[in-house]
Design a protein around this ligand. Structure first.
Ligand code: PLP
Length: 368
């Protein structure tokens, strides 16, 4: 029986390029002819060192990371970095204060975590709903803050910054977990960028941290050693056992990104895919509703309701069932917001997106 193709629109862990999975499968039992799997390899071996160095140099090349930045591959996920960032950076200035932009679930969680270690200032009036980015003219930044933090793409709400916040010289920190390498970024504008791999650059287990060297060495004394950037940077992410297999998979995905034109090509494709879905929403005369301001609609996660503004739950259930019958999975919106969410990360192809677009048009025609 012919196997039905499954298209994964999940928000993460998310779809990986087919060629990456095939290569990992081919190499699983015998990596590069050495007779063992990467899963069994010592993290101190020269073979693993080559994997680690290759992954780092690909990342440096793809993001044009300046030489005065360190790259680390850590465990603990994006959530680990919600603690890692304040533990390492809030002590940069004596006030132990940090500015946070809270535009969705993930930045809200990060701000809450940071409150354990210092003063947190939310720089804009509290939002009633996470559907917009407050105009920078309404922000009150604190010049004595140790850093300014924002989440570049709010995965749950589909809110994405298409600009880099201006901080008047204060260190800028960004969580790029869900739009990392989906578009070019000028790393030199940031003190620190972190990203969990399981959306655009690999599988769960590894989180990339890119940090300007001069910011190392200011960790609070309570900082767990595995989260101490100075220690991990000096030891090339090998203070303790790193997530070896996840780093290897990231290396394969970075190679795939490079072979497919790098971050600029990813951006072109991601804009094309997301526009395809937003165009259908916009032309649906209120049948599909995306609550997010047009100016900050995410190219990665497209959330929408079906039937009416607040969503017709029975229609949404029917939509998801129909999608599933067509092999399209993981389209359910995050449990905190409901509705539908289509995640269109790098590995989601134009053809995958076209299949979703065709289904949305068909469903609209049937129900409008
Ligand atoms: N930041 C963003 C933007 C995310 O989307 C997520 C998870 O989806 C996290 C942080 C938390 O990542 P983790 O589950 O790896 O801790």
């Amino acid at each position: 029986m012919e196997q039905k193709q499954t298209i994964n629109f999940g928000a993460g862990p998310a779809k990986l390029p087919q060629s990456v999975l095939l290569q990992a499968q081919k190499e699983l039992l015998n990596y590069s002819g050495i007779g063992i799997s990467v899963l069994e390899m010592s993290h101190r071996s020269s073979d693993f060192n080559k994997i680690l160095n290759k992954t780092e140099s690909l990342l440096r090349e793809l993001l044009n990371i300046p030489d005065n930045y360190k790259v680390m591959f850590l465990q603990g996920g994006g959530s680990g970095q919600f603690s890692g960032v304040p533990l390492n950076l809030i002590g940069l200035k004596k006030d132990r204060c940090a500015d946070y932009l809270v535009t969705g679930t993930w930045s809200a969680k990060a701000a809450k975590e940071a409150e354990k270690y210092g003063k947190v200032n939310i720089v804009h009036p509290k939002l009633d709903s996470y559907t917009k980015i407050p105009d920078p003219s309404s922000w009150t930044l604190n010049p004595s803050a140790s850093y300014v933090y924002y989440c570049c793409n709010e995965t749950v709400h589909g809110v994405e910054y298409n600009f880099i916040p201006e901080t008047n010289g204060v260190v800028l920190v960004s969580d790029m977990s869900s739009n990392f390498l989906s578009r070019p970024v000028d790393v030199s504008k940031f003190g620190l960028i972190f990203a969990g791999a399981q959306k655009n650059v690999g599988c769960a287990g590894v989180t990339v941290v890119i940090v300007r060297e001069e910011l190392l060495g200011h960790a609070l004394k309570e900082c767990p050693i595995v989260l101490d950037y100075k220690v991990q940077a000096e030891m090339n992410s090998l203070y303790n056992t790193p997530p070896c297999f996840s780093i290897y998979i990231m290396g394969l995905v970075l190679e795939w990104i490079k072979n497919n034109g790098g971050s600029a090509a990813m951006e072109t494709l991601n804009k094309q895919k997301s526009s395809m879905i937003y165009d259908i929403i916009n032309a649906s005369d209120g049948f599909y509703v995306c609550p997010v301001d047009v100016a900050c609609r995410s190219h990665m996660n497209v959330p929408f309701r079906v039937g009416k503004k607040e969503g017709d739950e029975s229609l949404e259930k029917e939509f998801l069932e129909g999608a599933s019958k067509r092999g399209m999975i993981s389209l359910k919106g995050h449990r905190s917001v409901g509705g539908i969410r289509a995640s269109l990360y790098n590995a989601v192809t134009l053809e995958d997106t076209e299949a979703l677009a065709a289904y949305m048009k068909e469903f609209l025609k049937e129900h409008q």
